[in-house]
Design a protein around this ligand. Structure first.
Ligand code: FES
Ligand SMILES: [Fe+2]
Length: 377
Protein backbone atom coordinates (compact mmCIF):
# COMPACT_ATOMS: atom_id res chain seq x y z
CA UNK A 1 0.00 0.00 0.00
CA UNK A 2 1.26 3.44 -0.78
CA UNK A 3 0.45 6.15 1.68
CA UNK A 4 -0.15 8.64 -1.09
CA UNK A 5 -1.71 6.93 -4.02
CA UNK A 6 0.03 8.14 -7.14
CA UNK A 7 -1.11 7.39 -10.66
CA UNK A 8 1.08 4.75 -12.36
CA UNK A 9 2.82 7.39 -14.45
CA UNK A 10 4.26 9.13 -11.42
CA UNK A 11 6.69 8.20 -8.70
CA UNK A 12 7.57 10.31 -5.68
CA UNK A 13 10.76 12.38 -5.31
CA UNK A 14 12.64 12.83 -2.07
CA UNK A 15 10.90 15.11 0.44
CA UNK A 16 11.77 18.80 0.49
CA UNK A 17 13.80 18.44 3.69
CA UNK A 18 16.33 16.28 1.83
CA UNK A 19 17.44 19.45 0.11
CA UNK A 20 17.30 21.84 3.06
CA UNK A 21 18.16 20.01 6.28
CA UNK A 22 21.73 20.81 7.42
CA UNK A 23 21.83 17.69 9.62
CA UNK A 24 21.01 15.54 6.64
CA UNK A 25 23.70 17.32 4.65
CA UNK A 26 26.21 16.52 7.42
CA UNK A 27 25.23 12.86 7.11
CA UNK A 28 25.72 13.01 3.36
CA UNK A 29 29.16 14.51 3.91
CA UNK A 30 30.06 11.66 6.21
CA UNK A 31 28.48 8.76 4.39
CA UNK A 32 28.81 9.86 0.81
CA UNK A 33 31.56 12.42 0.17
CA UNK A 34 33.96 11.21 2.88
CA UNK A 35 33.25 7.57 2.16
CA UNK A 36 33.35 7.37 -1.63
CA UNK A 37 35.88 8.23 -4.34
CA UNK A 38 35.74 12.00 -4.85
CA UNK A 39 37.29 13.78 -7.83
CA UNK A 40 39.37 16.73 -6.58
CA UNK A 41 41.55 18.08 -9.40
CA UNK A 42 42.89 17.76 -12.91
CA UNK A 43 46.32 16.15 -12.66
CA UNK A 44 47.71 18.86 -14.94
CA UNK A 45 46.70 21.44 -12.31
CA UNK A 46 49.67 20.05 -10.39
CA UNK A 47 52.31 20.28 -13.10
CA UNK A 48 55.43 20.07 -10.89
CA UNK A 49 56.51 18.67 -7.53
CA UNK A 50 55.36 21.13 -4.87
CA UNK A 51 52.42 22.46 -6.85
CA UNK A 52 49.37 22.13 -4.64
CA UNK A 53 45.68 22.62 -4.39
CA UNK A 54 43.50 22.62 -1.30
CA UNK A 55 40.00 21.27 -1.54
CA UNK A 56 37.19 20.48 0.86
CA UNK A 57 35.89 16.94 0.76
CA UNK A 58 32.92 16.49 3.04
CA UNK A 59 33.83 18.20 6.31
CA UNK A 60 37.59 17.91 5.75
CA UNK A 61 40.10 20.16 4.04
CA UNK A 62 42.66 18.28 1.96
CA UNK A 63 46.02 19.33 0.60
CA UNK A 64 46.67 17.74 -2.78
CA UNK A 65 50.21 17.96 -4.14
CA UNK A 66 52.82 16.29 -6.31
CA UNK A 67 55.79 14.66 -4.61
CA UNK A 68 59.40 14.57 -5.85
CA UNK A 69 58.78 11.20 -7.54
CA UNK A 70 55.94 12.93 -9.45
CA UNK A 71 53.24 10.87 -7.79
CA UNK A 72 50.21 12.75 -6.53
CA UNK A 73 49.60 12.82 -2.77
CA UNK A 74 46.67 14.04 -0.75
CA UNK A 75 46.91 14.86 2.96
CA UNK A 76 44.55 16.13 5.60
CA UNK A 77 45.28 19.86 5.59
CA UNK A 78 45.74 19.87 9.36
CA UNK A 79 48.98 20.47 11.21
CA UNK A 80 49.98 17.60 13.48
CA UNK A 81 51.21 20.01 16.15
CA UNK A 82 48.12 21.85 17.30
CA UNK A 83 45.83 21.58 14.36
CA UNK A 84 46.25 24.81 12.43
CA UNK A 85 45.17 24.72 8.82
CA UNK A 86 48.47 24.09 7.10
CA UNK A 87 47.70 25.65 3.74
CA UNK A 88 45.16 28.42 3.40
CA UNK A 89 45.62 29.25 -0.28
CA UNK A 90 43.45 27.45 -2.81
CA UNK A 91 46.35 26.80 -5.15
CA UNK A 92 50.03 27.52 -5.19
CA UNK A 93 53.45 26.03 -5.29
CA UNK A 94 56.08 25.39 -2.62
CA UNK A 95 59.72 24.65 -3.34
CA UNK A 96 60.22 21.62 -1.17
CA UNK A 97 58.11 21.78 1.97
CA UNK A 98 54.92 23.01 3.59
CA UNK A 99 55.48 25.15 6.65
CA UNK A 100 52.72 25.66 9.15
CA UNK A 101 52.11 29.39 9.64
CA UNK A 102 51.56 28.92 13.41
CA UNK A 103 54.73 27.44 15.00
CA UNK A 104 56.55 26.54 11.79
CA UNK A 105 56.35 22.78 11.83
CA UNK A 106 57.55 21.87 8.35
CA UNK A 107 56.62 18.86 6.22
CA UNK A 108 58.23 17.67 3.01
CA UNK A 109 56.23 16.68 -0.07
CA UNK A 110 56.02 13.10 1.20
CA UNK A 111 54.36 14.42 4.32
CA UNK A 112 57.32 13.75 6.58
CA UNK A 113 58.02 16.17 9.44
CA UNK A 114 61.40 17.61 8.46
CA UNK A 115 61.78 20.66 10.66
CA UNK A 116 60.29 22.43 13.64
CA UNK A 117 61.68 24.88 16.18
CA UNK A 118 63.76 22.86 18.68
CA UNK A 119 62.98 19.60 16.91
CA UNK A 120 66.57 18.42 17.36
CA UNK A 121 66.00 18.63 21.11
CA UNK A 122 63.10 16.20 20.78
CA UNK A 123 64.76 13.17 19.20
CA UNK A 124 61.94 10.93 20.33
CA UNK A 125 59.43 12.63 18.01
CA UNK A 126 58.94 10.33 15.03
CA UNK A 127 59.26 12.23 11.77
CA UNK A 128 56.82 9.95 9.98
CA UNK A 129 54.58 9.35 12.95
CA UNK A 130 54.07 13.09 13.30
CA UNK A 131 54.04 13.66 9.57
CA UNK A 132 51.02 14.62 7.51
CA UNK A 133 48.35 11.98 7.26
CA UNK A 134 47.53 10.90 3.74
CA UNK A 135 44.35 9.66 2.13
CA UNK A 136 43.95 7.25 -0.78
CA UNK A 137 44.64 8.67 -4.23
CA UNK A 138 43.90 7.37 -7.71
CA UNK A 139 44.42 8.94 -11.10
CA UNK A 140 42.04 8.20 -13.93
CA UNK A 141 41.10 10.12 -17.08
CA UNK A 142 43.75 12.66 -16.11
CA UNK A 143 41.89 13.51 -12.89
CA UNK A 144 42.83 12.99 -9.27
CA UNK A 145 40.32 11.08 -7.18
CA UNK A 146 40.67 10.70 -3.42
CA UNK A 147 38.98 8.62 -0.79
CA UNK A 148 38.99 9.49 2.89
CA UNK A 149 37.76 6.08 4.01
CA UNK A 150 40.36 3.87 5.65
CA UNK A 151 39.24 1.01 3.45
CA UNK A 152 38.04 2.61 0.25
CA UNK A 153 35.38 1.02 -1.90
CA UNK A 154 36.61 -0.50 -5.15
CA UNK A 155 37.55 2.25 -7.60
CA UNK A 156 37.03 -0.23 -10.42
CA UNK A 157 33.47 -0.92 -9.33
CA UNK A 158 32.38 2.52 -8.15
CA UNK A 159 34.02 4.86 -10.63
CA UNK A 160 35.03 2.86 -13.69
CA UNK A 161 31.95 0.68 -13.15
CA UNK A 162 29.66 3.72 -13.39
CA UNK A 163 31.10 4.55 -16.80
CA UNK A 164 30.85 0.95 -17.98
CA UNK A 165 27.26 0.72 -16.77
CA UNK A 166 26.39 3.74 -18.87
CA UNK A 167 28.48 3.13 -22.01
CA UNK A 168 28.52 -0.66 -21.95
CA UNK A 169 32.30 -0.91 -22.25
CA UNK A 170 35.29 0.90 -20.73
CA UNK A 171 36.90 1.08 -24.18
CA UNK A 172 34.15 3.45 -25.20
CA UNK A 173 35.57 6.14 -22.88
CA UNK A 174 39.20 5.19 -23.44
CA UNK A 175 38.64 6.05 -27.12
CA UNK A 176 38.58 9.74 -26.15
CA UNK A 177 42.04 9.59 -24.52
CA UNK A 178 40.83 11.98 -21.83
CA UNK A 179 44.05 11.80 -19.81
CA UNK A 180 45.97 13.25 -22.76
CA UNK A 181 43.57 16.08 -23.55
CA UNK A 182 44.34 19.66 -22.53
CA UNK A 183 42.14 22.09 -20.64
CA UNK A 184 40.96 24.64 -23.21
CA UNK A 185 38.62 26.39 -20.82
CA UNK A 186 37.58 26.14 -17.19
CA UNK A 187 34.56 27.87 -15.70
CA UNK A 188 33.61 27.70 -12.04
CA UNK A 189 29.94 28.13 -11.16
CA UNK A 190 28.76 28.95 -7.66
CA UNK A 191 25.30 27.43 -7.56
CA UNK A 192 22.85 28.24 -4.79
CA UNK A 193 21.27 24.81 -4.81
CA UNK A 194 21.60 21.42 -3.17
CA UNK A 195 23.95 19.02 -4.98
CA UNK A 196 21.17 16.46 -5.50
CA UNK A 197 19.10 18.95 -7.50
CA UNK A 198 22.06 19.34 -9.82
CA UNK A 199 22.46 15.58 -10.27
CA UNK A 200 18.74 15.10 -10.84
CA UNK A 201 18.76 17.87 -13.40
CA UNK A 202 21.72 16.33 -15.19
CA UNK A 203 20.03 12.94 -15.30
CA UNK A 204 16.89 14.02 -17.10
CA UNK A 205 16.08 15.82 -20.31
CA UNK A 206 12.42 16.47 -19.70
CA UNK A 207 13.50 20.11 -19.31
CA UNK A 208 15.62 20.21 -22.47
CA UNK A 209 12.95 21.53 -24.83
CA UNK A 210 11.98 24.26 -22.35
CA UNK A 211 15.31 25.62 -21.21
CA UNK A 212 17.97 24.46 -23.70
CA UNK A 213 17.06 25.91 -27.13
CA UNK A 214 20.67 25.78 -28.40
CA UNK A 215 21.24 22.21 -27.20
CA UNK A 216 18.02 20.84 -28.69
CA UNK A 217 18.94 22.53 -31.96
CA UNK A 218 22.16 20.50 -32.04
CA UNK A 219 20.63 17.31 -30.58
CA UNK A 220 17.06 17.24 -31.93
CA UNK A 221 16.14 14.02 -30.13
CA UNK A 222 16.51 15.92 -26.84
CA UNK A 223 13.32 17.78 -27.71
CA UNK A 224 11.43 14.54 -26.92
CA UNK A 225 12.59 14.74 -23.33
CA UNK A 226 14.49 11.46 -23.21
CA UNK A 227 17.96 12.00 -21.81
CA UNK A 228 21.02 10.44 -23.37
CA UNK A 229 21.40 8.65 -20.05
CA UNK A 230 18.10 6.87 -20.40
CA UNK A 231 19.40 3.98 -22.52
CA UNK A 232 22.63 2.04 -21.97
CA UNK A 233 25.22 2.83 -24.61
CA UNK A 234 23.06 5.39 -26.36
CA UNK A 235 24.51 8.65 -27.59
CA UNK A 236 22.26 11.41 -28.86
CA UNK A 237 22.84 12.06 -32.54
CA UNK A 238 23.66 15.48 -33.94
CA UNK A 239 20.99 17.01 -36.19
CA UNK A 240 21.47 16.50 -39.91
CA UNK A 241 22.41 20.11 -40.62
CA UNK A 242 24.68 20.33 -37.60
CA UNK A 243 28.39 20.48 -38.36
CA UNK A 244 29.75 20.40 -34.83
CA UNK A 245 28.89 20.54 -31.12
CA UNK A 246 28.92 24.34 -31.01
CA UNK A 247 26.47 27.02 -29.94
CA UNK A 248 25.32 27.63 -33.53
CA UNK A 249 25.94 24.15 -34.93
CA UNK A 250 28.95 25.42 -36.86
CA UNK A 251 32.11 23.38 -37.41
CA UNK A 252 33.79 22.12 -34.24
CA UNK A 253 37.49 21.51 -33.55
CA UNK A 254 39.79 18.65 -34.57
CA UNK A 255 38.15 15.30 -33.96
CA UNK A 256 39.78 13.13 -31.31
CA UNK A 257 41.51 10.38 -33.33
CA UNK A 258 40.37 7.44 -31.16
CA UNK A 259 36.67 8.29 -31.55
CA UNK A 260 34.96 5.53 -33.53
CA UNK A 261 32.62 5.91 -36.47
CA UNK A 262 29.81 4.87 -34.16
CA UNK A 263 30.72 7.57 -31.65
CA UNK A 264 31.15 10.27 -34.25
CA UNK A 265 28.43 12.93 -34.40
CA UNK A 266 27.06 11.77 -31.06
CA UNK A 267 26.84 13.10 -27.52
CA UNK A 268 27.20 10.82 -24.51
CA UNK A 269 26.56 11.83 -20.90
CA UNK A 270 27.71 9.93 -17.85
CA UNK A 271 27.07 10.48 -14.15
CA UNK A 272 29.67 9.14 -11.75
CA UNK A 273 28.12 9.38 -8.32
CA UNK A 274 28.45 11.33 -6.18
CA UNK A 275 29.89 14.40 -7.95
CA UNK A 276 31.19 13.91 -11.49
CA UNK A 277 29.49 14.41 -14.87
CA UNK A 278 31.28 13.52 -18.08
CA UNK A 279 30.07 14.66 -21.50
CA UNK A 280 31.66 13.19 -24.62
CA UNK A 281 31.48 14.65 -28.12
CA UNK A 282 33.78 13.84 -31.05
CA UNK A 283 36.08 16.84 -30.66
CA UNK A 284 36.02 17.53 -26.94
CA UNK A 285 35.07 16.36 -23.48
CA UNK A 286 33.23 18.42 -20.89
CA UNK A 287 34.08 17.31 -17.38
CA UNK A 288 32.14 18.60 -14.34
CA UNK A 289 33.08 18.20 -10.68
CA UNK A 290 30.66 19.28 -8.00
CA UNK A 291 31.95 20.48 -4.66
CA UNK A 292 29.01 20.52 -2.26
CA UNK A 293 29.70 23.37 0.16
CA UNK A 294 26.46 23.60 2.11
CA UNK A 295 23.01 22.10 1.99
CA UNK A 296 21.96 24.88 -0.38
CA UNK A 297 25.22 25.67 -2.14
CA UNK A 298 27.37 23.73 -4.60
CA UNK A 299 30.44 24.91 -6.46
CA UNK A 300 30.72 23.31 -9.89
CA UNK A 301 34.02 23.31 -11.73
CA UNK A 302 33.71 22.55 -15.42
CA UNK A 303 36.57 21.80 -17.81
CA UNK A 304 36.42 21.81 -21.61
CA UNK A 305 39.10 19.40 -22.81
CA UNK A 306 40.51 19.39 -26.34
CA UNK A 307 43.39 17.80 -28.20
CA UNK A 308 46.61 19.46 -26.97
CA UNK A 309 47.28 20.69 -30.53
CA UNK A 310 43.99 22.58 -30.54
CA UNK A 311 44.82 24.39 -27.29
CA UNK A 312 48.48 25.03 -28.12
CA UNK A 313 47.69 26.47 -31.54
CA UNK A 314 45.34 28.96 -29.90
CA UNK A 315 42.41 27.90 -32.11
CA UNK A 316 39.18 29.66 -31.29
CA UNK A 317 37.17 27.35 -29.02
CA UNK A 318 34.68 30.10 -28.16
CA UNK A 319 31.61 28.73 -30.00
CA UNK A 320 32.43 25.26 -28.79
CA UNK A 321 32.65 26.36 -25.13
CA UNK A 322 29.63 28.63 -25.42
CA UNK A 323 27.19 25.78 -26.09
CA UNK A 324 27.70 23.92 -22.85
CA UNK A 325 28.39 27.10 -20.89
CA UNK A 326 24.86 28.19 -21.81
CA UNK A 327 23.53 24.73 -20.95
CA UNK A 328 25.27 24.97 -17.57
CA UNK A 329 23.81 28.41 -16.88
CA UNK A 330 20.35 27.30 -17.95
CA UNK A 331 20.56 24.19 -15.76
CA UNK A 332 21.97 25.97 -12.72
CA UNK A 333 19.36 28.73 -13.03
CA UNK A 334 16.69 26.03 -12.98
CA UNK A 335 18.27 24.41 -9.92
CA UNK A 336 18.46 27.77 -8.14
CA UNK A 337 14.83 28.40 -9.01
CA UNK A 338 13.96 25.04 -7.48
CA UNK A 339 15.95 25.33 -4.25
CA UNK A 340 13.61 27.81 -2.45
CA UNK A 341 10.62 25.57 -3.21
CA UNK A 342 12.30 22.76 -1.29
CA UNK A 343 11.51 24.52 1.99
CA UNK A 344 7.94 25.34 1.04
CA UNK A 345 5.29 23.55 3.10
CA UNK A 346 3.80 22.56 -0.21
CA UNK A 347 6.86 20.46 -0.99
CA UNK A 348 7.21 18.83 2.46
CA UNK A 349 6.38 15.46 0.94
CA UNK A 350 8.23 16.18 -2.28
CA UNK A 351 7.12 16.21 -5.88
CA UNK A 352 6.75 13.65 -8.64
CA UNK A 353 8.78 12.12 -11.45
CA UNK A 354 7.23 11.53 -14.87
CA UNK A 355 8.15 8.37 -16.84
CA UNK A 356 11.12 9.96 -18.64
CA UNK A 357 12.46 10.84 -15.17
CA UNK A 358 11.73 7.52 -13.47
CA UNK A 359 15.41 6.50 -13.54
CA UNK A 360 16.03 9.33 -11.03
CA UNK A 361 14.12 7.11 -8.59
CA UNK A 362 17.16 4.80 -8.62
CA UNK A 363 19.32 7.75 -7.58
CA UNK A 364 16.95 8.46 -4.70
CA UNK A 365 17.04 4.81 -3.64
CA UNK A 366 20.83 5.03 -3.71
CA UNK A 367 20.80 8.12 -1.45
CA UNK A 368 18.56 6.28 1.02
CA UNK A 369 20.85 3.28 0.93
CA UNK A 370 23.98 5.37 1.57
CA UNK A 371 22.34 7.17 4.49
CA UNK A 372 20.76 4.04 5.88
CA UNK A 373 17.38 5.73 5.72
CA UNK A 374 14.23 4.15 4.44
CA UNK A 375 12.27 5.21 1.48
CA UNK A 376 8.73 6.09 2.54
CA UNK A 377 6.32 3.34 1.53
S1 FES B 1 49.87 24.30 14.83
FE1 FES B 1 51.19 24.01 13.18
S2 FES B 1 53.11 24.39 13.99
FE2 FES B 1 51.82 24.63 15.66
FE1 LIG C 1 19.86 20.52 -18.70
Amino acid sequence: MTSTSLPDSLIATLPGSSYTDPDLFAQEQERIFEAMWFCVARASDLPRPGAFRTVDVGRESLLVTRARDHSIRAYFNVCRHRGAKLCTEETGEVKRAFQCPYHAWTYDLNGKLVAAPNLTKMPDVGRTEYGLVGVHVREWLGYVWVCLAENPPSFEEDVIGAVVERLGDVRAIEAYGIDNLAVGKRIVYDVQANWKLIIENFMECYHCATIHPELTEVLPEFADGYAAQYYVGHGAEFGEEVKGFTVDGSEGLDRIPGVSEEQDRRYYAITVKPQVFINLVPDHVIFHRMYPVAVDRTVVECDWLYLPGVVESGKDVERSVELFHRVNQQDFDACERTQPGMSSRLYAKGGVLVPSEHHIGAFHAWVHERLGTRQPE
